[in-house]
Write a protein that binds this ligand. Sequence first.
Ligand SMILES: NC(=O)c1ccc[n+]([C@@H]2O[C@H](COP(=O)([O-])OP(=O)(O)OC[C@H]3O[C@@H](n4cnc5c(N)ncnc54)[C@H](OP(=O)(O)O)[C@@H]3O)[C@@H](O)[C@H]2O)c1
Length: 410
Amino acid sequence: MKTARMVVDLSFVGVLLYLSSSKTKKNGVLPTRDERKRVTQRKMYAWDPPAAAKSDEIRSETALALSQPHQPFFSFTATETMSGAGKTVCVTGASGYIASWIVKFLLERGYTVKASVRDPKDPKKTDHLLKLDGAKERLHLFKANLLEDGSFDAAVDGCDGVFHTASPFFINATNPQAELLDPALKGTLNVLASCSKASSVKRVVVTSSMAAVSYNRRSRTPDVLVDETWYSDPDLCQETKSWYVLSKTLAEEAAWKFTKDKGLDMVTINPAMVIGPLLQPTLNTSAEAIANLVNGSQTYPNLTFGWVNVKDVANAHIQAFEIPSANGRYCMVERVAHYSDIVELLHKLYPSFHLPQKCADDKPFVPIYQVSKEKVKSLGIDYIPIEQSIKETVESLKEKNFIGGGSSNM
Ligand SMILES: NC(=O)c1ccc[n+]([C@@H]2O[C@H](COP(=O)([O-])OP(=O)(O)OC[C@H]3O[C@@H](n4cnc5c(N)ncnc54)[C@H](OP(=O)(O)O)[C@@H]3O)[C@@H](O)[C@H]2O)c1
């Protein structure tokens, strides 16, 4: 039993390795994807017929989802659009993938945004923000680094709210302490210290992660429902050298302690793998997961993840700030899917694409599990379906020329 659990828990280490090398190779005769899927599905049915059926729905729902474009919950009326008028908020790490969407939606809603970036002179980090509607009038850039004490004081000063998204999300850390753990943990405390100094700040919304929720010694199988009461186990992260997972786990843990001690109102948003269109000109780690599949990778990883659209994640941040009763943590997963399902969805959407045909290992597929959608509903989030998210990601990757180099998937 313990071994089985570890297979599941080690999955994040796997994706990190996969993301760092898109061309995972495995020679030898392997069962086909369909053969192994049948084995996995037999197991899933044995555990929980409805959950297993859900996995099959991924395929049958594709055509339907795409033929009926998702109607976003957030089609604002004129007054709702301006709910931020007269308010000033700070977004840390504003040039990042998720943060750029938060800044865009905040500006659309009339907020004045104080955006922190590490290098305001780097056009790759700022041009896409400066071009947003409302940026000319209401976007102000601030230079700040997570590792410098007091660095965020000026950006946070006078703000009604703070969205703390800045934290490194990458894989190939040669020095995990300096490159991942310190910026995540010390950086979060640094930002929160600035918030507690600024008496204007009414709430802090922190971008945490499902990485801080589900990596513990509990099994994750189709009958298991992960929710906001779950916490990742730092010892397990350490044992498995899951440094990014550890960075998010320690940062969230420290943030809850700090805000409780200082009486700061904090809400965390805990998304899984975030996909959807990119606003920034650079390739971020989670969009790279899709880019790798369509860019000539021979195999897909034997991993199962939750997936969610970046626009839903950005909107949830703003709702978590605006809705007075919002509190605690919010898990964000539209669908839990194995990489083989993602490949299958890609194939349905882009039949001419050359996609990986086989899994990177010959073990049984890591099973799916469930993630509760109950709490996030109270933020008004009606998730964009995964099919649409994948399509938006690919279209955006094409537009930004992240698809093509060496593969025939143009
Ligand atoms: N994408 C996902 O799938 C996902 C899922 C769950 C949670 N999250 C969380 O969401 C947040 C944003 O992630 P993302 O996917 O949008 O990644 P991203 O595009 O790589 O953005 C990360 C941001 O963190 C900033 N940053 C990193 N180190 C910093 C430092 N020392 N000082 C100041 N800023 C620093 C970066 O600033 P520069 O622009 O200056 O490099 C960048 O703006 C992170 O907290 C991440 O853990 C992401």
